[in-house]
Design a binder for this molecule. Structure first.
Ligand SMILES: [Fe+2]
Length: 281
């Protein structure tokens, strides 16, 4: 008996994983169930945890090898560089984390040759107003969005490649020179297959820079049409955070977006880890 209960949220996306105490070492059978839940539902969440940094890193390992983000130098956690802070908190005049990260729909590290396979956020502080949580994260299922396209359109787009350019992301903070050098422009298949389930999904968002072999304008039309199709409400789950949540998403099956509807003095703190991925196919 693994004691794990998988509770699907909606027909198309998301599941709660209950019955796990993440302070314990997970068995191989438990790890397998959780990995499969992520692959099948795109987003999973576990509630009521307070993880030590080392425990978050070891839970991240269930999904693969943890990566060290380029932001970790500035906002990493002492002794656990795999974790970096997403936060609006300022201490002694200095931000302790990246504020307002990911406010446009995107898939993590799509600008890299090997984008992150999965991302995990552990909620340490959730802003609240009048008893309601602020700072939700929305997730869109890119596989369900692919499934829903008409066959004629699928045939037209299935061999296209999307160009990603790190310097053209719509971000508040300017990227560093080192980060720009680390991530030259790359292209990925517009329709990719999931490494575990084989399920096809759309891999394009408003952050995409163009389509290979298409003019700037023709590429932009395709990108905008598909990017807005992906985030149709039928494919979207919006997570309302509670302190102690651990949410994991699969960057092949999902796109996500941070809702920034809070500001200081309301404080938000998330610990983020990512799992290394392979070249999208
Ligand atoms: Fe993100």
């Amino acid at each position: 008996m693994t004691g794990i209960k998988i509770i699907p949220l909606m027909a198309k996306i998301g599941a709660e994983v209950a019955g796990l105490d993440l302070r314990d070492t997970m068995s191989d059978a438990q790890s397998e169930i959780v990995r499969n839940a992520l692959a099948n539902y795109g987003v999973i969440y576990l509630r009521g945890h307070k993880l030590e940094p080392k425990k978050q890193v070891s839970f991240t390992r269930v999904f693969g090898e943890p990566a060290i983000n380029h932001n970790a130098k500035k906002f990493g956690i002492n002794g656990s560089p795999e974790i970096y802070r997403i936060s609006n908190i300022v201490e002694n005049g200095k931000p302790i984390g990246t504020a307002k990260a990911g406010t446009e729909w995107h898939s993590d590290m799509c600008y890299a040759m090997r984008p992150a396979k999965a991302t995990m956020l552990h909620a340490r502080k959730v802003p609240q107003l009048n008893g309601f949580a602020l700072g939700d994260t929305s997730f869109a299922n890119t596989a369900a969005a692919w499934d829903a396209l008409p066959i004629t359109l699928k045939e037209k787009i299935s061999n296209l490649r999307v160009i990603y350019d790190f310097t053209r992301r719509k971000r508040g903070a300017k990227p560093s020179k080192a980060a720009i050098q680390q991530y030259p422009p790359v292209s990925h298949p517009l329709v990719r297959s999931h490494p575990i389930t084989g399920r096809k999904s759309l891999y394009v968002s408003g952050e995409s820079a163009g389509i290979e072999g298409k003019s700037e304008e023709a590429g932009r039309i395709i990108i905008e049409a598909l990017a807005s199709h992906i985030v149709h409400p039928a494919f979207v789950y919006r997570h309302s955070w509670r302190q102690g949540d651990v949410v994991v998403w699969d960057n092949c099956t999902c796109q996500h977006k941070a809702e920034v509807d809070y500001d200081l003095p309301l404080e938000r703190l998330m610990w983020r880890t990512t799992v290394k991925g392979s070249v999208p196919k």
